[in-house]
Ligand binder design. Structure first.
Ligand code: NPG
Length: 391
């Protein structure tokens, strides 16, 4: 099934004349540090993209981190790619539909997060022009999405501290628990979680911390009945993952290794994974997300939406894409209060006691961006206007 929206969903024609793009860089300290196998994040250096198109405004968020540790992009590289390469390709152009936007930079290789930041803002603007929620513009049909939570390696490295955190998130209603692992913080951790909480929906995320030489060790995780193990091996590998999957009962979920439908096809054909994590930043935008979704759905592969410690803007994009029917597993789309004392959207994203988020019904992202707060947090703003544009 295709996820392309029905033409004229709200009976209003719209086209996207890109008259202005603004990049706003804001500093957002996390409530507490988040540690993965590749490092600790204490604050997000966030770039918000604000697009003015056809009289509407749309917001996107750059999900690149300050350091090139999750992937090769950084905030600084993305700013260069946006300013020098991507924005000039769309400014002053008119697109009939946001699916066409990525065609403007077809020749630009990779830099998926930079592309997604701009492309997703165009989708928001288009949905607002049409007067429909972004979720509907993307082809989604859920009113609520189930939510999981991702828990970093505790600073103390004490399992009791991790168990206490899990207890809190379960009490808050989260539908599945994901725990970060690395060598030395894995089998015992899984054992203690099972001992404390029984048969809860549980998965582990290694962020590429192991090699195929660890296969015997990773096999020991099979006894814990995990939903999946995410990205155990190298960020750019699918061959060794296939060898590992052949030896594990636990399904492997790929994250870092998948940037396109072709990557997914090759990984599935090789047997490198059984589940895929979709991050709109990692694959270059919502159109790429729709294509990956449709392909995986046709192959019966379960999907879920990953997270990159987003502010409310990125979080709402994630909630919207999770409404597509192929997203059958809870995502890392925790509420705003998981990371922020004060989110930049109003109202913040909140998780109800049943572990779901209600999908906004208003046009576009459906929540207002708190421009006063953005103004206060802004370290830098750059505005690009189309020649002869009104912006
Ligand atoms: O809830 O947004 C969230 C975080 C989800 O664990 C999460 N993200 O590898 O998927 C990841 C991980 C991450 C954390 C990636 C920090 C990059 C930096």
């Amino acid at each position: 099934m295709s996820t392309q929206p029905a033409a004229g969903a709200a009976g209003r024609s719209a086209s996207l004349y890109i008259e202005q793009v603004e990049l706003i860089r804001v500093a957002m300290p996390l409530k507490k540090p988040f540690t993965t196998s590749f490092g600790t994040t204490t604050a997000r250096d966030v770039v918000l993209v604000r697009v003015q198109a056809g009289g509407a405004e749309g917001w996107g968020e750059l999900t690149a981190m300050a350091e090139p540790l999750y992937n090769e992009e950084t905030v600084e590289t993305a700013l260069i790619i946006l300013e020098r390469h991507l924005i000039p390709l769309v400014l002053g152009r008119t697109f009939g539909h946001p699916r066409e936007v990525s065609g403007a930079w077809r020749a630009v290789r990779r830099h998926y997060m930079a592309k997604a930041a701009l492309e997703t803002a165009c989708w928001d603007a288009w949905a607002r022009l049409k007067g429909i929620p972004l979720a509907r513009a993307l082809g989604g049909d859920k009113d609520r999405v189930p939510v999981g939570v991702s828990i970093g390696i505790p600073q103390s490295r004490r399992i009791e501290d991790l168990l206490r955190e899990i207890e809190g998130f379960l009490a808050a209603g989260y539908r599945r628990i994901k725990v970060k692992i690395e060598p030395g913080w894995d089998v015992e951790v899984a054992r203690e979680i099972r001992r404390a909480f029984g048969d809860i929906p549980l998965m582990l995320d290694a962020n590429s911390a192991y090699t195929l030489e660890d296969a015997d060790h990773l096999q020991r995780l099979d006894e814990f009945g995990l939903m999946m193990i995410e990205q155990p091996l190298a960020h750019d590998d699918i061959v060794d993952h296939a060898r590992l999957q052949a030896r594990l009962q636990t399904p492997i979920c790929l994250d870092e290794s998948i940037h396109s439908v072709d990557d997914a096809r090759r990984a599935l054909d090789l047997g490198a994974c059984r589940i895929i994590n979709v991050k709109v930043g990692r694959i270059g935008g919502h159109a790429a997300m729709q294509d990956l979704h449709d392909f995986c759905r046709s192959r019966g592969v379960p999907l879920w939406c990953g997270g990159m410690l987003e502010t409310g803007v990125g979080r709402l994009h994630n909630v919207a894409l999770t409404t597509l029917p192929g997203f059958t597993l809870p995502g890392d789309t925790a509420g705003s209060d998981r990371y922020w004392h004060e989110d930049i959207i109003e109202p913040p994203v909140s998780v109800d006691g049943d572990g779901t988020i209600r999908v906004p019904e208003g046009p576009g992202l459906g929540h207002a961006v708190r421009e006063d707060l953005v103004e206060r947090l802004a370290r830098e703003r750059r505005i690009f206007r189309a020649e002869g544009g009104t912006g």
